[in-house]
Design a protein around this ligand. Structure first.
Ligand code: PMV
Length: 351
């Protein structure tokens, strides 16, 4: 009947890149200048929960509520996701007359993040991954995660990687229409289940320069950028995939840190310069260096996205040396929240 409400829910976890996506070769289709690789933090509570529904009874046009606040859905990115998913549903409806015709009904999307939005904690990654999967579920689409990753990519580049668990690559692809720019699983989480991520929440404030604006200025002005995109990252992608396959933490950690440094170097080399790291971020780098020096090998690796928060990767066997020491080192300082790959510390100052 007309008043019927069709509804589906899903959650998607954040992912934190160890080889960063930074630079668009095509802003319309969100096609990257380089491939990237991330770890999906499926065990963590850093997730977006999304319910998608549609009904002829909805008086409004398409709407999106994020953490209780109405969002603008007219942007090209959100529209691209809606359009692609609707056209796939339309195909189902056209091929089988028993399939309810819901593709043209207004969509109502309700999302909740349980972590700070746009604070460099990959909120857009989980957000668009959840949005795309929730609507795909609502429409009962048969598309696999690879297909959905191609759609989520158009919402937010990094979102394509949140459709897979474990160690996930995003191949940049060569085609102009983006047909070969999608995510793939390098290895499931079970392949290397000892991996842990510690998230240091330096600041839960909204970030200063959005990733889209930052990327555009970097590509346009940084003289370091071409060698990063064309030489350094392609080489490190291979090293990183091999390190994951061989469960070689020393290489995984070293490449992770060097890629984060390389990404932030191109930000500093951007004109006007972009500073995502702050003094607290740099202090975290020093702590990781001292942990590794004391161990005589790399047992902890830092990485930073488009914000000052640190993510520290380490193996479970080094929990005490890494997470323990970090807690001790920063225990007295204000403004730090610690996440052990499990739960954000609700008592931390940042929250
Ligand atoms: O997905 P976007 O457009 O928000 O860009 C994300 C960029 C980084 O988080 C800095 C790197 C990455 O690969 O996730």
């Amino acid at each position: 009947a007309d008043s019927q409400i069709y509804l589906a829910s899903t959650t998607a976890p954040v992912n934190i890149a160890v080889i960063k996506y930074w630079g668009k070769r095509d802003p319309k289709f969100n096609l990257p200048t380089n491939s990237s690789l991330s770890v999906t933090l499926a065990q963590s509570d850093l997730r977006t929960h999304t319910t998608a529904s549609c009904s002829a009874s909805y008086k409004t046009s398409d709407s999106l509520l994020l953490n209780g606040q109405d969002q603008d859905v007219s942007g090209a990115r959100t529209q691209a996701c809606f359009r692609e998913l609707r056209s796939l549903r339309q195909k189902l409806e056209d091929s089988d007359s028993s399939v309810p015709k819901i593709s043209t009904l207004p969509l109502k999307i309700v999302s909740e993040n349980n972590f700070p939005t746009a604070a460099g904690l990959a909120s857009s990654a989980a957000g668009f991954a959840a949005l795309v999967r929730a609507i795909a579920n609502l429409y009962e689409l048969k598309e696999d995660p690879t297909d959905l990753s191609r759609i989520a990519r158009q919402g937010s580049g990094s979102a394509c990687r949140s459709l897979f668990g474990g160690y996930v690559g995003w191949q940049k692809g060569e085609q102009q229409d983006g047909s070969d720019s999608f995510a793939y699983q390098v290895a499931p989480a079970s392949h290397w289940p000892q991996m842990r991520a510690l998230i240091l929440v330096v600041s839960a404030a909204k970030k200063g320069v959005s990733s889209t604006t930052g990327m555009q200025t970097t590509v346009a002005t940084s003289s370091l950028f071409p060698s990063r995109a064309n030489e350094t990252v392609p080489r490190r992608m291979k090293e990183m995939e091999k390190a994951v396959q061989e469960k070689d933490f020393e290489t995984f950690g070293k490449v992770t840190m060097m890629d984060s440094n390389s990404f932030h170097a191109t930000c500093l080399d951007t004109y006007p310069p972009i500073f995502y790291l702050n003094d607290v971020s740099r202090a975290a780098i020093k702590v990781v260096e001292s942990i590794n020096a004391a161990a005589g090998k790399i047992i902890a690796a830092y990485t930073f996205d488009a914000g000052p928060n640190a993510v520290i990767y380490y193996l479970e066997e080094n929990e005490k040396e890494v997470a323990g020491l970090f807690k001790a080192a920063i225990g007295e300082k204000d403004g730090w929240g610690v996440e052990r790959g499990q739960k954000l510390d609700a008592n931390s100052a940042a929250y």
